[in-house]
Design a protein around this ligand. Structure first.
Ligand SMILES: [Cu+2]
Length: 632
């Protein structure tokens, strides 16, 4: 049986790819495997069915800058490409980050700074290595670095974030495993209140929650073959990337027997968490959790009955360790169906009929733990052709210690002596639409008030203003809830039964910010993608990640700002939409000590893609009661 080229790599394939790399004469001992992922063939290769199954391998072979990008053809196990990329820094490596913790704990200046704060038990000190950003320190040129911040636990399972060891930052050379500098801005009183979120610490627990059981006695309505999922009229393939996490491919909907394409590929291509406190101990903080740590690399296994309820299908994800050996994140991706309330309904008061149908969605999700924070990414497919992404933000906020009684200007007090700096979470969804085929256009559609006058005697008129976004610079756009602004992805050649071009619309489902840091700030330059809500590019295989392939310590400009500066035409071509969305987080006391889920996301909805409501054929449930015809 042939394996589809988009199928996730197996353990065996990862081993084979690593073996091919090891046996190459250019491989040197001690080289670190950054990642081994499936090589996704180009659209044309996929369509032609000629694509060979290959793996992409990224290597780091020394303490300095640069990476090696290798492609291995898997059937023969041959290296087909071996390229040095100069001057770049790949994602932070787990082994190096672990070394940073051990080495920092032994550094005399660090130990002395702890002692100055009365801390002698180094075992209970928790060190979080953070991506460093770029701030022009001379000592950091040509190094791969992290900045380490510290917290104090009372025991190994304690929530260390309750006790920030304030003012102490260690600049660390990851490649050389050495402390560059211990910076001590001076101690702040250590908060004393514990912030434990275990059940045993929060008694009495509620006793009046009765069980809810989700049962599907005949099993789920989906089928799975390898990474190919079919549910209702939907079909799609699932992938898993170290940086993007879950990737969705070749999403189609079968309409009157015709399999129609909607999206070629959809994923979170990048994200950034910029902090808004200029305090010297926190002003440098920003994290590209996709590109610097990896949403896929940080994914943790899910547990039945806890993370996911009902008839669950799990997908494991095989990944490469940094020695090239495979490991498996079990239950990395969860898939199940959910009842979602009413799909449509009408009571005919004259005819005496009632018709109601229940909505149901297919949920495909994974949860990434990036240090203190959790991000759950939930993709939903609906019976009426809608596709939605909901991001669930939870976990523990990154706090700071403050002197009791003081009120910081750029942070909120969330516990006695503890404040959390203002920050944002900005995600870039890469949406490679193929609405009825690859050649699509993007239109901005919004409500427009018609001026009063002979054409508008009642002064009530408003219309849909439609602007085609013809080039990349014109397609850098922001949301506008006042005008109900959406973006319509249109196939200008395909027509529905009414003669209208078929389309999907991208709907901002809630108010969403762009970056608040100045565009010329360090993070402003590095996270250029977050300065606009919408970007559109002509499809290029190499343009996959919104801040470029190597955002770690990148000085800025790479990715969407550079690509779209070419102002390429978006007419009569295959377009890719990039949507920036997220939340501005002014942290609440209720977010402590662990944060109830906060939501962000967007909706993709058919607009003239179908000829009418595509969910008329959903049968009534429990027909005797819900499908009632009474005599008038
Ligand atoms: Cu937050």
């Amino acid at each position: 049986m042939t394996i589809h080229p988009l199928e996730m790599l197996s353990r065996d394939e990862i081993s084979r790819a690593a073996a091919a790399v090891r046996s190459d004469h250019r491989f040197t001992e001690g080289t670190t495997f950054v990642h081994v992922v499936v090589h996704e063939p180009d659209k044309a290769e996929l369509a032609g069915g000629s694509a060979l199954r290959s793996a992409e391998v990224q290597l780091v072979d020394g303490p300095g800058l640069g990476a090696i990008e290798v492609v291995v053809e898997l059937e023969k196990g041959t290296v087909t490409s071996w390229e040095h990329v100069e001057g770049v820094r790949p994602t932070l490596l787990f082994g190096e980050a672990a070394n940073a913790i051990f080495t920092t704990k032994e550094h005399p200046e660090y130990v002395a700074a702890l002692a100055k704060r009365g801390i002698t038990d180094v075992d209970n000190v928790q060190i979080d290595p953070w991506p460093a950003g770029v701030f022009g320190y001379d000592a950091e040129t040509d190094r791969r670095i992290a900045r380490c911040i510290s917290f104090l636990r009372t025991d190994p399972q304690d929530n260390g974030y309750a006790r920030p060891i304030e003012g102490l930052i260690v600049h660390f050379d990851l490649g050389r495993n050495e402390v560059i500098e211990v910076i001590d801005h001076g101690p702040v009183t250590m908060p004393t209140e514990p912030a434990r979120y275990f059940a045993a610490d929060n008694e009495p627990l509620r006793t009046d929650l009765k069980p809810i059981s989700i049962t599907q006695p005949e099993g789920p309505s989906f089928t799975v073959e390898g990474n190919l999922v079919r549910w209702q009229k939907w079909s799609l393939r699932l992938g898993f990337d170290p940086y993007e996490g879950l990737t969705l491919h070749q999403i189609t909907y079968t309409d009157a027997g015709r399999e129609r394409s909607i999206l070629h590929r959809a994923s979170i291509s990048e994200m950034v968490v910029p902090y808004g406190d200029p305090n010297e101990a926190h002003g440098w903080k920003n994290a590209f959790d996709a590109g610097e740590w990896g949403l896929g690399r940080m994914t943790q296994p899910l547990t039945l009955g806890c993370d996911c309820l009902g008839e669950i299908h799990y997908f494991d994800a095989a990944m490469a360790r940094e020695d090239g050996k495979p490991y498996v994140i079990e239950n990395a991706i969860c898939m199940h169906e959910e009842d979602y309330g009413v799909l449509w309904k009408h009571v005919d008061l004259f005819g005496g009929t009632t018709e109601v149908r229940r909505s149901r969605r297919l949920v495909i999700s994974f949860i990434s733990t990036v240090g203190n924070y959790e991000y759950g990414f939930f993709w939903y497919l609906y019976l009426d052709g809608n596709v939605q992404l909901e991001v669930k933000l939870t976990g523990i906020v990154s706090p700071m210690a403050i002197e009791p009684g003081t009120q910081p200007e750029f942070a909120n007090v969330i516990a006695p002596g503890v404040a959390a700096p203002n920050h944002q979470h900005l995600f870039s969804a890469r949406l490679d639409f193929d609405v009825d085929g690859p050649v699509n256009e993007v239109h901005e559609v919004e409500a427009e008030r018609v001026p009063a006058g002979p054409d508008n005697p009642w002064r009530n008129a408003f219309r849909a203003k439609d602007t085609r976004l013809d080039s990349e610079l014109a397609a850098r756009r922001e949301t506008n809830s006042a005008t109900s602004r959406v973006w319509r992805i249109v196939n200008p050649e395909a027509r529905n039964a009414l003669g209208q071009p078929t389309a999907y619309k991208l709907i901002p489902t809630m108010s969403t910010p762009t970056l608040l840091a100045h565009p010329d700030s360090s993070v402003g330059k590095r996270a250029g993608f977050s300065q606009h809500n919408l970007w559109v590019t002509p499809y290029r295989k190499a343009e996959r990640r919104a801040a470029g392939n190597y955002p770690n310590q990148h000085a800025g400009g790479d990715g969407l700002p550079t690509w779209t500066a070419q102002d390429r035409s978006l007419v009569d071509t295959d377009v890719v939409c990039w949507y920036t969305f997220g939340v501005t987080h002014f942290v609440r006391p209720e977010d402590w000590p662990v944060m109830p889920v906060e939501y962000a996301g967007f909706l993709l909805s058919p607009f003239g893609f179908f000829d009418r409501n595509p969910a008329l054929d959903v049968p009534p449930t429990n027909a005797d009661h819900c499908h009632e015809h009474t005599s008038p």
